[in-house]
Design a protein around this ligand. Structure first.
Ligand code: GLN
Length: 471
């Protein structure tokens, strides 16, 4: 195996034993990039690979996480060539831990709006398992880079599934931490009450390690909770005896692909054999998660995106309008892509006078009911197990013309964001066409340790995480 194919932990062991030098990791990554990046396009086009720093293990970073002096464009024209004057807290923590930050940022749907990475100003990313298919989204670039061994590991962001769904489509491990576990300072906001940064890695051990590095209190983000961060690597225990698993009925309904279902049922059987008990549970408000999400997420997005007006950041129109309002309108008209505009319009509508109570406020109330469903289950159960996505990766272009159809691909991931709880996706099978299937595990808030323990036990008793795409 080449160095770029190893996990971060495997590489760190070799570095510690002085068997290899960091430069050797970088050169094997660069060699891989030269072979496969033209097909995969995991990175923002025009990205500069020559300057991967050659100290410490490099981490690939999604284009919406601020990196001082490095392009951070949210894959939008409106942030074209924006270079933040500061590092996001997660970037600071990565550097303090002795890791390095790749200068090339990973591709994403514009402002993280999407499930396929097709909404990028820089063009689509291709799934390494089948380059005619999408890698998922919005962190599709990070997931594809890790799956194609073009990165050792990566950071993504997850507002409604944007780490877990692409991890599932690309056969890698994606974690959305508990809301408040990881600082959002320097993450360009999509929906502030839902966004979390998390790791995308080749296995569960790397996920636990990177999660530990980026987690913790931060005075720059009032929602980053001031409670100690456990050493997640200590939770990597191969044992699920006595663990109580709930499987929600509402997730095994029409729309779930037969092959995906089969693999999830097999995973459940395996965990039973390993000593866990499994019972059906009810999450009765599941059917409202999608509409509630698309009200709250667009409302918050419309407010967060108001700052992009041609004055402070990035792009400004060339056209010489009559007034300041003309300049705002033309900048935003030219700078945002169509999905961003759709969401700004929808979000502005649900927040507007006369509709606020009917839509936004009501959605917030239903959000509480969804959270209560989870709280009730976690009184009795240690975790909930579901598919990550109802289907494997779909074809590029297949859903692009139908936004509503696209929104459905997040039906299993969105509830965790609404409830604020942690969730992980890990590989649990390949379809007959050799497309990866993801298993999602959810636990109660701030119980990432149980999450890692169950995920690790499952992974270490299977070999799905060792499969590689034939690119
Ligand atoms: N696909 C979902 C959306 O389009 C979630 C995106 C995300 O998690 N950033 O909103």
């Amino acid at each position: 195996m080449n160095l770029n194919q190893l996990t971060a932990r495997q590489l760190q062991k070799k570095l510690d034993a002085k068997e290899i030098k960091p430069q050797e990791i970088i050169s094997s990554l660069k060699q891989r990039l030269a072979e496969s990046e033209e097909k995969v396009r995991a990175y923002v086009s025009g990205a500069d690979f020559s300057s991967i720093p050659d100290e410490g293990l490099p981490v690939a970073i999604k284009d919406n996480i601020c990196t001082k002096g490095l392009n951070t464009q949210c894959c939008s024209k409106i942030l074209k060539d924006f270079k933040p004057p500061y590092d996001a807290t997660v970037i600071k923590k990565i550097k303090e831990a002795g890791l390095s930050v790749q200068s090339a940022k990973t591709n994403m749907d514009e402002f993280a709006f999407g499930s396929s990475t097709e909404n990028s100003f820089f063009g689509a990313t291709h799934n390494p398992w089948d380059i005619e298919r999408v890698p998922g989204g919005s962190s599709g670039g990070s997931a594809a880079a890790v799956a194609a061994d073009e990165a050792i590991w990566a950071l993504g962001s997850d507002t409604g599934g944007s780490i877990r769904q692409p991890a599932s489509f690309c056969g890698v491990v994606g974690l959305k931490p508990t809301y408040g576990r990881v600082s959002r300072y320097g993450l360009i906001a999509f929906a502030s009450s839902l966004d979390q940064i998390g790791p995308i890695t080749k296995d569960v051990a790397d996920s636990a390690w990177l999660a530990k590095i980026i987690s913790g209190h931060d005075i720059q983000d009032a929602t980053a909770v001031d409670i100690p961060v456990p050493d997640y690597t200590k939770a990597l225990v191969k044992d699920v005896k006595g663990i109580k698993i709930g499987v929600p009925e509402e997730y095994f309904v029409e729309g779930l692909d037969e092959e995906v279902k089969e693999h999830i049922l097999q995973a459940i059987e395996l965990l039973k054999k390993l000593g866990a008990t499994v019972k059906k549970v009810k999450l009765p408000h599941t059917q409202y998660a999608l509409p509630v999400y698309y009200i709250i997420a667009t409302a918050e997005a419309s407010s967060n995106l108001a700052r992009f007006d041609g004055v402070e950041y990035g792009f400004r129109t060339d056209s010489k309008g009559q007034s300041l309002i003309d300049m705002y309108e033309e900048t935003r008209g030219e700078g945002f892509g169509s999905e961003a505009k759709r969401r700004i319009i929808l979000g502005t509508y649900v927040l507007s006078h006369g509709y606020y109570e009917a839509y936004y406020l009501r959605a917030q109330k239903v959000r509480t009911l969804i959270k209560n469903d989870f709280d009730a289950v976690f009184k009795e159960f240690d975790c909930i197990l579901t598919p990550t996505s109802p289907t494997p990766a779909f074809k590029i272009g297949e859903k692009a013309a139908n936004p509503l159809n696209m929104y459905l691909s997040d039906i299993y991931t969105i509830p965790a964001n609404l409830a604020g709880i942690p969730a992980i996706s890990l590989p649990c099978g390949l379809t007959k066409k050799r497309l990866p299937v993801g298993l999602q595990i959810l636990t109660k808030a701030f119980d990432e340790e149980t999450l890692f323990r169950i995920a690790y036990t499952y992974e270490q008793n299977t070999s799905w995480h060792l499969e590689k795409p034939k690119l």
